[in-house]
Design a protein. Structure first.
Ligand code: SF4
Length: 264
């Protein structure tokens, strides 16, 4: 394993309160680290060029950039190392700016912390495996769990956006906690005046399939391809024939639930 470590100054953003040269010097002593340096602006064109050249010259196969938040430049550096022939996931970023230099004034303490954080990134990058992107079909269906006001609104937003929605509510009716309130803060509107229309919209929307008195039994899979088992509890009520659902509901006894499988 030959890890390359690049410590960024970010002008004085990092170098003002972290001794970046000492961080690089300490990292050179870490087993597996073949190269460590510090640079003024690592995300600049010359900064990225330095990484590419070091990968070729020092035969580096893992890279750590100690700089800003990965939200800012992780993709930049992934692309950089990919151009130099490495898998883009052989990169780790250590955030020594937002997590250290911007929040601490003690240079000695900041430097020690930066050394530890960069060492952790080195340990992590040594475990990284090459990853490759692929594409696959996703089920454009949404499962919303919980039919309170937030769940109902989420279901309506998705359904109005053209997605098929499965809404699962554990109690016999949607509405949730808000249905128990008289008024809502700060407008002091009656809560059912807000909830009622949403409950009707959910019940009548073509794209929403509502499972009331049901619970999630099992979830497997991953984003875009979940397999979900919904446990629909017995009600003893024939909803088509029943004309007094509330009184029928009170007389029901527990019975073996029905399991429905769906994917979303
Ligand atoms: S990589 Fe991040 S920390 Fe370094 S110069 Fe660019 S913005 Fe600043």
């Amino acid at each position: 394993m030959r890890v390359g470590v690049f410590i960024c100054h970010c002008g004085s953003n990092i170098a003002g309160t972290v001794d970046v040269a000492r961080v690089a010097a300490e990292l050179r002593k870490v087993p597996g680290v073949a190269f460590a340096t510090n640079y003024m602006y690592t995300c600049s064109e010359p900064g990225q060029e330095e990484i590419k050249q070091a990968i070729q010259k020092e035969k580096l196969n893992r890279i750590v950039v100690a700089a800003c938040s990965p939200r800012m430049h992780e993709l930049t550096f992934r692309r950089t190392i990919e151009k130099a022939g490495l898998n883009r996931y052989f990169l780790e970023m250590a955030n020594i700016r937002e997590h250290i230099s911007w929040v601490g004034l003690d240079k000695e303490a900041n430097t020690n912390k930066a050394i530890e954080v960069v060492k952790m990134a080195v340990a992590k990058v040594m475990q990284n495996k090459p990853l490759y992107s692929s594409s696959f079909k996703v089920n454009k269906r949404v499962l919303v769990i919980g039919g309170g006001v937030a769940g109902m609104q989420a279901a309506l937003d998705c359904a109005d956006g053209g997605l098929d929605v499965i809404l699962v509510e554990k109690s016999p009716s949607v509405g949730g906690m808000m249905a128990r309130l008289d008024k809502t803060f700060p407008t002091i509107d009656c809560s059912i005046c807000i909830l009622g229309p949403k409950m009707v919209d959910v019940a009548q929307h073509d794209k929403i399939k509502l499972y009331a008195y049901s619970e999630i039994d099992d979830i497997k899979g991953y984003v875009g391809n979940y397999q979900v088992k919904i446990k629909k509890k017995a009600t003893y009520v024939d909803w088509v024939k029943c004309t007094a659902a509330a009184s029928a509901w009170r007389s029901v006894r527990p019975r073996t639930p029905m399991i429905i499988s769906t994917s979303a």
